[in-house]
Design a protein around this ligand. Structure first.
Ligand code: CA2
Length: 145
């Protein structure tokens, strides 16, 4: 059976492609979903792609993934820098998680340099724009072999 990857996107990522193209690029979140689906097909994965502006909803989706997914890609967006609940949920489910950031958070404001999620993730990819999602799926497909 094809391995299932849950792709989660945090707050404000629904606005991708509408503002701040200098930082986040011109792609919309729909474009990111299309890229993830194309990559998943190449890798023999299935994808469930979601976005939420609510921390609790992301936590619930991570918890539910224990029964519905084999791995998770997450761009926690601003919750990377504030949330304890998201890394706690990731540790609780025990699935391999790839954390993705479109921008290089280490080149930006100091408050973006630390992500609470990173300690719970298998690996972190940042600064490669939407390609980061593709790289995350490739890395997880290798891990799931
Ligand atoms: O670089 C990333 O992917 C971030 O996770 C994006 C978050 C930011 O808080 C993180 O520090 C780094 C912000 C997502 C908001 O995206 C927008 C896109 C277009 C217009 C407005 C917001």
């Amino acid at each position: 059976m094809a391995k299932r990857v849950l792709v989660l996107n945090g707050p404000n990522l629904n606005l991708l492609g509408t503002r701040e193209p200098g930082i986040y690029g011109a792609h919309t979140l729909k474009d990111v979903e299309t890229l993830c689906k194309q990559t998943a097909t190449e890798l023999g994965l299935t994808i469930d792609f979601r976005q939420s502006n609510h921390e609790g909803e992301l936590v619930t989706w991570i918890q539910d993934a224990r029964k519905t997914a084999d791995a998770i890609v997450i761009n926690p967006a601003a919750y990377s820098h504030t949330s304890i609940a998201i890394p706690d949920a990731i540790k609780a489910v025990g699935l391999p998680v790839a954390e993705v950031h479109l921008s290089n958070i280490h080149q930006r404001e100091a408050f973006r340099h630390h992500s609470y999620v990173s300690a719970a993730a298998l690996g972190v990819i940042c600064g490669f724009g939407v390609t980061g999602y593709r790289l995350a799926l490739i890395a997880l497909a290798e891990k799931l072999k």
